[in-house]
Ligand binder design. Sequence first.
Ligand code: ZN
Ligand code: ZN
Length: 86
Amino acid sequence: MVGTDLKAKLMTMQGLDERLKSHCCEMMTEHVNHRCEDHSNSFDCPDNLILYSGRTKSYGIIVHDGGSSVIEIQFCPWCGIKLSNA
Ligand SMILES: [Zn+2]
Ligand SMILES: [Zn+2]
């Protein structure tokens, strides 16, 4: 349900809304834009896997160990594209 809703939003807002910008693939976009009503903090939500930093343009996998650890990733786990701009 959430995925379908997001897809619809992406189609109507593509290129118009910076908050919901698209990423390398549908899966990545979905995870980066993941918002949960039950968990206001990204690190508290077990469904939230990817953290994207618009400032550094880097992607990280959230480590759900109770803290706020993120493992930076160089390649997309879904489509395999190189993520880092370096
Ligand atoms: Zn991807
Ligand atoms: Zn959640």
